[in-house]
Design a protein around this ligand. Sequence first.
Ligand code: PMP
Ligand code: GLN
Length: 382
Amino acid sequence: MTYTFQSKLPNSTASIFSVMTALAVKHQAINLSQGFPDYAVDPQLTDLISKYLQQGFNQYAPMAGMPALREQISAKFKRVHDLDIHADSEITVTAGATQALFTVMSAVIHAGDEVIVFEPAYDSYAVTIELLGGKVVPIRLTAPDYRIDWQEVASKVNARTRLIIVNNPNNPTGKVLSADDVAQLAQVIQNSNALLLSDEVYEHLVYDGIAPQTVLSHPLLRERAFVVASFGKLLHATGWKIGYCVAAPQLMAEFRKVHQYNVFSVHTPTQLAIAEYLEDAEHYLNLPTFFQQKRDYLVEALQHSRFEVAQSQGTYFLNLNYRAISDKPEQEFAVELIEKHGIATIPIAAFYHDGHNQQYLRLCFAKKQETLEQAVQVLQQI
Ligand code: PMP
Ligand code: GLN
């Protein structure tokens, strides 16, 4: 018998990050597209992983994560935000932020539920919502300031709104929510039956004296939010795929109902290594200085180019407008940059469901100084 199969995601294709990195490899281009560091992870950290591997910590971790790591995550919340987060009932270690995002959405979205997503948006959100039978309600924010109209947000909330997703600091815009934005967000949540999913993977990558922030500092959001974070960003190790989710006990219990069946638990020696490494808070408190120096180098150097540099308050991304150079749409111009000039970037249009084009490209500056210098040389000539 022939079989028929109906795809659950008929329109899904390779992600823009995979596509651009593959093109960069093919054309041996400088790869500032997909967000990942091109320098080594701290050897102290890799030594710690070896240590725990060799000591025999090679079997399943507890479902919620190694207690030592959850204690360190809790201590980090206390140190950075003066928040008391309970390691046993409010933190779960995940296989990266992507799995945490997927698990939160799986735990809360029922078929037919609506989810508000601000665009430009990270690519996994909409696909996950659709897969779960939810409905994406996009709210378009536009360059250069990507200001949120909270009245518009309130007008999109109804009885079916299950979740609002924010990403702060934002990939790809580099924007950080203001205190007023957070207050307005809390107001919208309070007047609804919705929960909040706050993607805070770039929490510690904030510049110009901006302090790291979490929605959990807001008393109402502390009860209604899931926060997702990634050690890939915190430790310059995107390939390790380890992160965590934090939520109030009742929400975390629902999260774990899904987590225990889609991963159960995460790589044990890496959890122990990260726990020990985090005992020294300098490892993450130094991140703003480390990355701001890279951002500032690029911003300054690109003043001597035809690109217009947008402000980046956080993340390791910088956006460039190229209206003075080309009329081409972003995707086409990005491919031309790879093929003709040997430099790979990400079109911001890829973060809008309708490919909204504003002539901006995203650059990742989590790169060695040498890579940034090579990129500057190319960009200054265009
Ligand atoms: N959210 C955002 C906004 C991201 O940029 C990324 C990717 N770097 C993730 C989630 C996924 O993080 P992870 O690699 O830990 O799954
Ligand atoms: N988060 C990374 C970025 O925005 C990419 C992650 C991925 O390739 N899925 O570039």
